[in-house]
Design a protein around this ligand. Structure first.
Ligand SMILES: Cc1ncc(COP(=O)(O)O)c(C=O)c1O
Length: 386
């Protein structure tokens, strides 16, 4: 049976070029980048080269790139590394748990957090951020693209507010990487986090932009790696792989691949929304707000989202639902709930997140599978049967 993977916001496969770039650094060039002998120098050179690529990807200076283990570490570093007892923190109620849980932990240390709610469209209003600022506010953290809806937040406007008020600004850009062009100067941020595995790189490696002079305490201490900003032997193959993935991502943004991806996403979305009892999450007056090119999030009336995820999996389509499993119980998505969906609709929402390698045939396949699965489940549903 053919299988179509439409869960790219969960993770992506390595591209063959990425695997090839990493290959020598597992065995032949296995050195520790801190060693002074030839093996070490080879590893060091590879990390330096990768730093140059990521600096281009961010549009920053090479010294402003810090390699780490991924998005969770970057988000945690921003929160734990900048905030102190008595500080005030502003974030949003639709952030990834890597930011939300870090904020909850900081509450024990006397850091108060304001969680700004989105509008029903999923967009954060920059004026709400501005209104939340107090004299004690030290940090604002807002994501670039939401992992569930793909909605792109107005980070440039928020960056201007941060600059006007002298507050540090962190962007969780994990879901934006490779989908929209980055320019940390334009974004006006002090910190920005990415994760390689969301853009066809390896898992367990990421990078952070740290604007020169930003007083962020390291999360991990030990050796003097990464200019004492992140201790731990560098994951050389991972860093090389992430840089290759970033290089390919920049090409995709330039050569029309991402535009093509958006066109295919729109075809999928239009096809699914033609079904009765469906609607788009991430829209205003029926029109989609700006979103990452690969994501659509759709609600389906009269069925359980989890049942639809399973039914589609059995038909060869991998997607994810608007619920997350917490301590064995299925909870509706905090993102969709914050946007004002009721529990039933949040539970009956599905995220389709496409790989940039998606084909027209994949879309056609899914457009056959979804109506069949929906019809089948609704036929079984006591709600649909009235
Ligand atoms: C928006 C966002 N931030 C952070 C993370 C965490 O990244 P990682 O898996 O690299 O720890 C994710 C992963 O799903 C994410 O979607």
């Amino acid at each position: 049976m053919p299988r179509v993977y439409m869960d790219a916001n969960a993770t992506t496969p390595l591209l063959p070029e990425v695997l090839e770039a990493m290959r020598p650094y597992w065995m032949e060039h296995f050195g520790n980048a801190s060693s002074i002998h030839l093996h070490g120098q080879q590893a060091h050179t590879a990390v330096d080269r990768a730093r140059g690529t990521i600096a281009r990807f961010f549009n920053c200076h090479e010294a402003e790139v810090v390699f780490n283990s991924g998005g969770t570490e970057g988000d945690n570093t921003a929160v734990f590394g900048l905030l102190h007892p008595g500080d005030h923190f502003i974030t949003t109620s639709i952030e990834h748990s890597a930011v939300l849980q870090a904020a909850h932990r900081m509450a024990h240390d006397g850091v108060e957090t304001t969680f700004v709610a989105p509008q029903p469209s999923g967009l954060i209003d920059p004026n709400d951020i501005r209104r939340a600022i107090r004299p004690q506010t030290r940090l604002i953290s807002v994501m670039l693209a939401n992992n569930e809806t793909g909605v792109l937040q107005p980070v440039e406007e928020i960056g201007k507010i941060a600059a006007d008020t002298g507050v540090f600004f962190h962007i969780d850009a994990v879901q934006g990487a490779g989908k929209i062009e980055f320019d940390v100067r334009k974004f006006g941020c002090h910190l920005l986090s990415i994760s390689a595995h969301k853009m066809h790189g390896p898992k367990g490696v990421g990078a952070m932009y740290v604007r020169k002079g930003t007083p962020v305490d390291p999360l991990l201490v030990g050796g003097s790696h990464e200019r004492k900003r992140r201790a731990g032997t560098e994951n050389v193959p991972g860093i090389v792989g992430m840089a290759k993935a970033a290089e390919l991502a920049m090409e995709s943004l330039d050569n029309g691949t991402i535009y093509r991806l958006a066109t295919l996403r729109d075809k999928l979305e239009t096809g699914i929304l033609a079904l009765p009892g469906t609607g788009l999450n991430g829209a205003e007056n029926g029109k989609p707000v700006p979103r990452a090119a690969n994501t659509t999030n759709i609600w389906f009336d009269n069925l359980e989202g989890e049942a639809l995820v399973i039914a589609l999996d059995m038909k060869g389509v991998a997607v994810s639902g608007g619920s997350a499993c917490h301590s064995g119980a299925t909870e509706p998505s905090h993102v969709l709930m914050a946007m004002g969906l009721d529990k039933t609709r949040a539970r009956a929402s599905l995220r389709f997140s496409l790989l940039k390698t998606v084909t027209e045939a994949d879309i056609d396949f899914v457009l056959l599978a979804v109506p069949a699965a929906v019809e089948h489940l609704r036929a079984l549903s006591p709600v649909a049967a009235g």
